[in-house]
Design a protein around this ligand. Structure first.
Ligand code: ADP
Ligand code: MG
Length: 238
């Protein structure tokens, strides 16, 4: 689905992403773990062109050129951030319909029908007229996920989607992500939720110092890492 070659990202004199190669296959769930400041957020922000790369190529399958691919990344790659980023001055329903109407040209009626179906899917149809502040963190994050789905992305990126949540609401968000994975959505997830990674991920990447240090099946990476740096990191999080 996506091929990344020689990706580099520099902020001033600091190279935050150093020569990353990565292939993401259709229907695959890839989990990215690694220490704070290692460049995980920057990496996935590059993957949907929120952040322009300094060098390298990110190609979505079916693109004829790097330039065409960049245009498609914003359009076809959905993203959910750590701090649920709903528009605070708009109702849940308006949050859901804004982009499909503006960017996909859907009529209000069609956008609202789709929004209600998606809200039903996460059990929040009764909150359609509520404002974001009236919802719990977990509920807001579930809306953020289906809001991204309303754009019918081919690939979904998650940047620590449960890190800002109260412990008791973490599972309701992970559950939605598990269902999405089971339906075959291609996903890249930065997370410290090792249980989720073991259960759902096809591959786990240990990212440190702007590089992919190690990439393997989650059971292999967590139980028998090849690299000493991975082993050290895991002793702190497991
Ligand atoms: P992680 O998500 O793994 O914690 P980040 O990708 O957020 O890491 O950050 C990696 C490094 O890049 C950090 O040193 C951070 O300070 C730096 N960085 C991130 N965004 C910017 C930016 N917009 N300008 C300058 N430096 C940045
Ligand atoms: Mg981050």
């Amino acid at each position: 689905m996506m091929t990344v070659r020689g990706l580099r990202k520099r902020f001033g004199d600091t190279e935050v992403i150093q020569d990353v190669d990565l292939d993401i296959h259709e229907g695959e769930v890839v989990v990215v773990i690694g220490p704070s400041g290692s460049g995980k957020s920057t990496l996935i922000r590059c993957l949907n062109a929120l952040e322009p790369a300094t060098a390298g190529e990110i190609m979505l399958t079916g693109s004829n050129s790097s330039r065409e691919s960049m245009a498609r990344l914003r359009d076809e790659v959905g993203m959910v951030f750590q701090d649920y980023t709903l528009f605070s001055h708009l109702s849940i329903l308006r949050n859901m319909t804004l982009a499909p109407m503006k960017l996909r040209g859907l009529s209000r009626a069609d956008a609202e029908a789709m929004a209600m179906k998606l809200l039903e899917r996460v059990g929040l149809e009764h909150k359609a007229q509520a404002m974001p502040a009236e919802l719990s963190g977990g509920q807001q994050q579930r809306v953020a996920i289906v809001r991204a789905l309303a754009m019918q992305p081919r690939l979904m990126l998650f940047d620590e989607p449960t890190s800002a949540l109260d412990p008791e609401t973490v599972n309701e968000v992970l559950q939605v992500m598990k269902e999405l994975a089971a339906e075959g959505m291609t996903m890249v997830v930065v997370t410290h939720e090792m249980g989720f990674a073991r259960e759902v991920a096809d591959r786990a990447i240990f990212f440190d110092g702007g590089k992919i240090v190690e990439c393997a099946a989650p059971t292999q990476l967590f139980s028998a890492p090849r690299e000493e740096r991975t082993r050290q990191f895991l002793t702190h999080v497991l």
